[in-house]
Design a protein around this ligand. Structure first.
Ligand SMILES: Cc1ncc(COP(=O)(O)O)c(C=O)c1O
Length: 444
């Protein structure tokens, strides 16, 4: 029989006056069975442990049923108290004035570009080496994407090339902190301030990294982070945070997330209004719906409390690889932490000097593949993708204007994961790289 439910604190956004109408009246409540299915999905049976698993599951099921009998009503499932708590936690962790929990990082980019007043024909500068998500919104509205070359050591955007590529039409610059290592923000901000350009930091890989004493994502006008399942932290598979220190945009964050409605305002007797977003130049634009759920927020709040330990473990793995690989002539170690730079250690950059090993990264990748070493090769220069050619970009000219990105991708570098490896796994990985390089040197 369905449980009786009453209004709880997280219903507060809907002021239904004296009517005793609970939020649950417009949606099904969560039951023990729903929770059990989530438990089974999140923690499936291990190999060869089916019987013990089934027995344990029965016990858990009984306990959850008992809890469901004793328990109350979850309240709002979308944009409630947990989302609010997560945003507060992010503001305090990042030292940002405003943060907004979203479906994903790409949604954050969309909102930031909307605030920047991006229109078809305007220009956006992004690094050649990144994921397509970085430029998805400008491409989708017919803005012009200009790809800047990268630094040969960090593979982050090269400020000198940004300077060369700024025009009177440049509206947004998007530095990407690739692999968790901070891009060189100071010269980018100097250029942006000089030319009145909005800076959107793509922090998809870099939640928790810092640059010259500031958390990355808070140096530009906007910063967006990803909590997709392959990142250092995840809010159950998808999720993003957009942050800003701008009062003008921060106070519009709630309506930017949800169709122009500010859910933080009390809605008297369901009479509400819908507002557009006011852009950097005083124009208006219509927002979409990028709302995320309470369960996702709750998960991320928990995971955030483990972030320090997660980054420390990844850093240790990177240092171990550096120690082993540093002894090999022809392997170039990636830059690490310094007084000014603290990486989030999302990925490890494996860089080689082809003239010293007598082969290139493609030769090495084949050998690593044969030895079962996972690589993360998907940060190809964006001009290589069909989407650019089919949207009418002169991809040959783009390639010619990004010689470092092209050379690095073809011959010099790939990313390796820095997941929570065991000592044996790390040892295997390091040895496989060393053996493969020695084979290439010996012409085998
Ligand atoms: C560099 C970069 N930017 C942006 C994104 C997009 O993140 P999300 O999937 O949360 O939208 C990703 C995702 O992997 C990424 O690697």
């Amino acid at each position: 029989m369905a449980k009786k439910v009453k209004k709880v604190a997280s219903d507060f956004r809907y002021d239904t006056g004296k009517a005793r109408v609970p939020w649950a009246a417009v949606g099904e409540v969560v039951r023990g069975q729903d929770v059990m299915n989530m438990v089974k999905f999140l923690i499936p049976a291990g190999d060869g442990k089916q019987t013990a698993y089934a027995q344990q599951l029965k016990k858990v099921e009984k306990e959850i049923d008992a809890l469901a009998d004793l328990g109350g009503f979850a309240g709002k499932l979308s944009l409630g108290n947990n989302v609010e708590a997560l945003e507060k936690k992010c503001c305090s962790f990042l030292k940002a004035k405003h943060s907004l929990f979203l479906t994903n990082c790409t949604a954050g980019f969309e909102i930031a570009h909307q605030f920047a007043g991006l229109k078809p024909g305007d220009e956006v500068i992004a690094p050649a080496l990144t994921f397509i998500a970085t430029i998805a919104y400008p491409l989708s509205i017919g803005a012009k994407v200009v790809l800047a070359d990268v630094d040969p050591m960090t593979h982050n955007i090269d400020p000198a090339d940004v300077k060369r590529k700024i025009t009177s039409k440049t509206k947004v610059i998007i530095p990407v902190h690739i692999g968790g290592y901070p891009a060189d923000m100071a010269p980018i901000m100097a250029l942006a301030n000089k030319h009145n350009i909005t800076v959107l930091e793509d922090g998809a890989h870099s939640f928790g990294a810092s640059y010259k004493g500031k958390m990355v994502g808070t140096i530009g006008h906007f910063g967006a982070f990803s909590f997709h399942e392959v990142k250092n932290l995840t809010s159950l598979g998808e999720g993003g945070i957009l942050c800003t220190n701008s009062a003008k945009f921060g106070k519009q964050f709630p309506q930017a997330r949800f169709l122009g409605l500010n859910m933080a305002k009390k809605i008297p007797l369901w009479l509400y209004d819908v507002d557009p977003l006011e852009t950097v130049d005083g124009g208006f634009t219509a927002p979409g719906n990028h709302s995320a759920t309470e369960i996702q927020a709750l998960c991320l709040i928990n995971q955030m409390s483990r972030l320090k330990g997660i980054i420390a473990k990844r850093k240790k793995a990177a240092q171990y690889l550096n120690k082993r690989l540093g002894k090999v002539d022809g392997i170039i170690l990636p830059p690490g932490d310094s007084k000014d730079i603290k990486s989030a250690y999302h990925l490890y950059q494996l860089i080689v000097a082809p003239d010293r090993i007598g082969g290139d990264i493609q030769d090495l990748k084949k050998k690593l593949d044969a030895r079962g070493i996972v690589q993360i090769p998907h940060f190809a220069p964006l001009y290589k993708f069909n989407i650019m050619r089919k949207l009418g970009y002169d991809t040959a000219a783009m390639e010619a204007s990004c010689p470092v990105a092209e050379d690095s991708f073809r011959h010099r570098f790939t990313h390796l994961p820095l997941y929570d490896f065991s000592t044996e796994q790390l040892d295997y990985m390091a040895q496989a790289i060393i053996d493969s390089v020695e084979e290439i040197k010996a012409g085998r």
